[in-house]
Design a protein. Structure first.
Length: 451
């Protein structure tokens, strides 16, 4: 009995230590079993308390009265599957007649308290079937990406969502995106994760960093073109517009259609071409868009109009030519001048890190997901990297990218430097890089005078 008590105390102490220091290990070792039992034991009473039950069918009531039996209890949604994951539980429910997926979503906070889980989110899988994802701990406090992710061309895992799922940046589904964030909000780390995910892929990276290149030029070995000033950026964007026109001409020649077919009836892109003819897709990363839009003289104003016009053309027409925009900035409003609102309307993906004011949040989500505005301005200052990600469908999630240091990103870009394509249109903007220099480390056996 004494030995059993000692073992029990050691197990409880180990569980408490794991829950404090390694919540993911605690969840896999103890939490997932306890949570599953708790959900199954409380399920019917919790659903009834949350108003997620329906009265029994009339024929059941009639049969109970005829047989002088107790009246059947209200029926909750039927559990189709309970699946444990590395971060929580996934509950798939079959709704009863008269129930709606919105009922489950509206009761998610009450379900979280009732099941003693950290977070609960829901989504409609198909008509009448809802998937409820429950997380057992704060997965965004210490982000740990899964060892295996579903990668495919132009689809990059960049962050972890609050429900434990991986957040992907899929350029073929959402070609252009806007990323906002105040200083020290984690915007640069998010951008490094994008570059690190794209580095092993067959894609050309083009960077525009008007902060003298301090953010993107360390990654120059994996970039096909880089610009560090507005003047160079204007010429680079003009070259991209010219490349876009060449790609469209290539697509037309490969369609093999008659010339009397109107252009408006033709729908094609580079992914419809054979592999040997497909041009290399291009991802354009703009580090601080405000530096491209601000001006002080008439000459700078003309340059600014030229830059914004090129960006708008790429945003409107670049998808089919395989040119994708990733625009970052601290603010992105109408105060940046004409054409900015038109450009923002073409940026389907929206990601907002910590912002300094509600107006900036409205710039990101006011036109697509008003509910996300409040979530964006509530991001605490000590949670660098935490962001709100949404798109034009109105859905949004809290995400957080794993911390990637500049050295880690540089090492990845150097490793995959041989995958950097040489594009003729962008050759004048190819960054000049030298061979990596190995630092001389003094021998540990050398004396202080000779070291």
């Amino acid at each position: 009995m004494t030995a059993f008590t000692v073992v029990l105390v050691l197990v409880v102490a180990a569980a408490g230590l794991l829950r404090w220091r390694r919540p993911a290990w605690y969840w896999l070792a103890f939490g997932v079993t306890l949570a599953a039992l708790r959900v199954l034991a409380r399920y019917r009473s919790v659903m009834d308390a949350c108003g997620l039950t329906v009265p029994p069918a009339r024929w059941r009531l009639a049969l109970a009265r005829a047989a002088s039996r107790p009246i059947p209890e209200p029926r909750p949604p039927r559990i189709r599957r309970l699946r444990p994951t590395r971060t929580g539980l996934v509950l798939r429910l079959k709704l009863r007649p008269g129930q709606d997926a919105f009922d489950i979503a509206a009761a998610s906070d009450r379900l979280r308290h009732s099941f003693s889980m950290f977070g609960v989110t829901s989504r409609e899988v198909r008509s009448g079937v809802v998937e409820v994802r429950m997380t057992g701990y704060d997965v965004l406090k210490r982000v740990q990406m899964p060892a295996e992710t579903e990668t495919r061309p132009m689809r990059v895992p960049v962050a972890l969502r609050e429900d434990g799922a991986v957040h992907y940046r899929d350029y073929r589904a959402i070609p252009h995106a806007l990323t906002l964030g105040a200083t020290e909000s984690g915007k640069s780390v998010y951008q490094r994760n994008l570059v690190a995910g794209l580095a092993p892929m067959d894609v050309a990276l083009v960077g525009i960093d008007c902060k003298q290149g301090v953010e993107l030029f360390p990654l120059a070995r994996r970039f096909s073109a880089l610009a560090d000033s507005p003047d160079t950026a204007a010429e680079l964007l003009d070259a991209l517009v010219a490349r876009m026109a060449d790609v469209y001409r290539l697509i037309r020649t490969q369609q093999r259609i008659t010339v009397d077919v109107p252009d408006a009836e033709i729908a094609a892109d580079i992914w419809d071409l054979p592999d040997e003819l497909r041009p290399t897709p291009v991802v354009v990363l703009v580090d601080e868009v405000a530096e491209l839009a601000l001006y002080a003289t008439k000459e700078e104003e003309r340059r600014r109009d030229r830059i914004i016009t090129a960006l708008v053309r790429l945003a409107q027409l670049g998808r089919a030519a395989g040119i994708y925009l990733e625009i970052c900035g601290q603010r992105f409003g109408s105060e940046l001048g004409k054409g900015i609102t038109m450009l923002r309307a073409q940026l389907t993906g929206r990601t907002a890190h910590r912002l300094n004011d509600e107006t900036s949040a409205n710039m990101a989500f006011g036109d697509i997901a008003p509910d996300a505005v409040l979530a964006a301005i509530q991001i605490p200052a000590d949670m660098r990297g935490l962001a709100i990600a949404g798109d034009s469908s109105g859905g949004w999630h809290r995400i957080r990218a794993p911390h990637t240091s500049l050295r880690q990103a540089v090492n990845l870009c150097n490793r995959y430097a041989d995958r950097t394509p040489d594009l003729a249109e962008l050759a004048p903007f190819r960054p000049a890089v030298t061979a990596p220099v190995t630092a001389l480390v003094p021998s540990a056996k050398a004396s202080p005078a000779t070291a």
